[in-house]
Design a protein around this ligand. Structure first.
Ligand code: G3P
Length: 219
């Protein structure tokens, strides 16, 4: 069994941008754990946060474009050169088409982790057919809230695991929305997920280091 993932999406929280992104990245790198800790930073912070030893850093989004006339798009090769060693795609706050995901996957290097987000089981099933590394199921209405998906809607996690594995057993499932503590992570694992994707539980915490330690405490 591979190490469970704790993927922290920095979004554009004030507490997780520029110098605060570096501070949070260092706190993540300092957590004593066998879990795979991943910081998902703004494109502006890929370089600085990826220079922190022992921390895996993903992009929050990438576009299937090459280098050239693509003003404002997030071009993958440069993101990789600037330290992205994986990416999220189709986050609830940045939806894209299935074609976007397919075209992006075709451009990424072999083995480059891509985590496609899904709002529900049906979207997860459709994305699984493309064969991303991970699918993260996150009910949009629970994102940023106080109740973890693992408490509010545990069946969406287990049903997504079943649906995804039926389509492609190699795709690994994460879950997110409202995840805040070690019990939520443990429940996610017991429901068949291989880790969690979270944001506000860490980025809005008074003591992020303590939250990070708690998140991995039952693994
Ligand atoms: O990408 C993670 C996210 O959408 C969940 O956010 O704040 O509910 O942990 P949050």
């Amino acid at each position: 069994m591979e190490a469970p993932l704790v993927v922290v999406n920095f979004k554009t929280y004030t507490s997780a941008l520029a110098s605060t992104a570096e501070k949070l990245g260092m706190q993540m790198a300092d957590v004593p754990t066998n879990a795979r800790m991943v910081a998902v930073t703004s494109a502006f912070d890929l370089s600085s946060v990826s220079s922190i030893a022992g921390l895996e850093v993903w992009s929050q989004h990438l576009d299937p474009v090459g280098q050239g006339s693509f003003t404002g798009w997030l071009e993958p090769e440069t993101a990789i050169a600037r330290g992205a060693s994986g990416t999220i795609i189709n986050h609830a706050e940045h939806k894209v088409s299935l074609d976007h995901v397919r075209e992006l996957m075709a451009m990424l290097p072999e083995g480059f982790p891509i985590c496609a987000c899904a709002a529900d089981v049906e979207e997860a099933r459709a994305l699984a057919k493309l064969g991303p590394t991970f699918i993260a199921v996150e009910p949009p209405e629970l994102i940023g809230g106080d109740i973890s998906v693992t408490t509010a809607d545990p069946s969406i996690v287990s049903d997504t695991v079943s649906a995804v594995k039926e389509v492609n057993p190699n795709v690994r499932v994460l879950c997110g929305a409202g995840v805040k503590n070690g019990q939520d992570v443990a429940t996610a694992i017991s429901l068949g997920a291989e880790g969690v994707l979270l944001a506000s539980g860490v980025t809005k915490a008074n003591d992020p280091a303590a939250v990070l330690a708690d998140l991995v405490s039952q693994l």
